[in-house]
Design a protein around this ligand. Structure first.
Ligand SMILES: [Mg+2]
Length: 263
């Protein structure tokens, strides 16, 4: 089986490891399963996630990590966008990944003079988002730039409460431009297709493990994989049990540590 783990709310919360999670991942590897990690969070590059996960004891390789900023770069590469200009609403991780993918990156904070037009506008979470960036994004889209979103999560749980997510910024750009974004992150299929391609594995042999119904579980359901919901993150047991029949996750577990009982 290929296990596709969401990160925040599943393996850690903020920067605290879910007790026993690294041991569980290690156990699954030893039992012969393949492991991958998929996150909608576009603030960090893939390299930064590999470092973060390794520091927490998950012993991963870059090939196992699919983060939406990296995936946006992969997507644009697949569109032969190398050398093209992109206006980015997003933080360093996203900017870096798009540069690595061969694009010429501009932001509302660029010191160089901005181009008249760009081929793409890519939007992810940017904690320094402002009116100028929104105005520029709208103008580039009006002139023909394609709008791409790393994800549409309106909020995310952080230290001290709920924070506006990348999806809130995407919504602002969509409203200002009148154009709907193409979405890279979960629940859209791009990242899962890539992971299955890398691992040469079919949907029926894939299991998505997540804490959020509308992103993680829907991500798996749409691709016809198995889905496992854990209750260490966003979704409560009460909410998880509301989904009946085919909509229900195949398993609802207190934490990833319970995977040992089933696999
Ligand atoms: Mg999560």
């Amino acid at each position: 089986m290929l296990f596709v783990f969401d990160l925040d709310g599943v393996l850690y919360r903020d920067n605290s490891i879910i007790a026993g999670a690294p041991k569980t991942v290690c156990y699954l590897r030893k039992a012969g399963h393949k492991i991958s990690f998929a996150t909608n969070n576009a603030m960090l590059s893939r390299k930064a996630y590999v470092k973060k996960l390794n520091n927490m004891g998950f012993d991963c390789t870059p090939d196992e990590v699919m983060a939406s900023a990296y995936a946006a770069g992969l997507y644009l590469k697949s569109k032969r966008a190398g050398g093209k200009k992109v206006f980015v609403v997003g933080e360093k991780g996203l900017q870096q990944e798009l540069k690595t993918a061969g694009l010429k990156v501009f932001t509302g904070r660029s010191r160089v003079s901005l181009p008249k037009s760009t081929a793409y506008v890519v939007v992810g979470l940017d904690r320094k988002f402002n009116y100028k960036a929104l105005k520029l994004a709208r103008e580039y889209i009006e002139k023909g730039a394609k709008l791409i979103a790393t994800n549409k999560d309106y909020t995310y749980p952080g230290k001290g409460g709920i924070f506006p997510g990348g999806g809130s910024l995407v919504a602002a750009v969509e409203a200002a431009s009148g154009v709907e974004a193409f979405v890279i992150g979960k629940p859209m299929p791009f990242m899962l297709n890539k992971l299955r391609e890398i691992n040469q594995i079919k949907s029926k042999d894939t299991i998505v493990v997540g804490d959020r119904y509308d992103t993680d579980i829907v991500f798996g359901k749409r691709a016809k994989t198995k889905t496992i919901m854990v209750l260490t993150g966003v979704t409560s047991k009460k909410e998880a049990l509301k989904y009946k029949g085919k909509a229900r996750p195949d398993l609802i577990l207190k934490s990833v540590c319970d995977l040992k009982k089933y696999y």
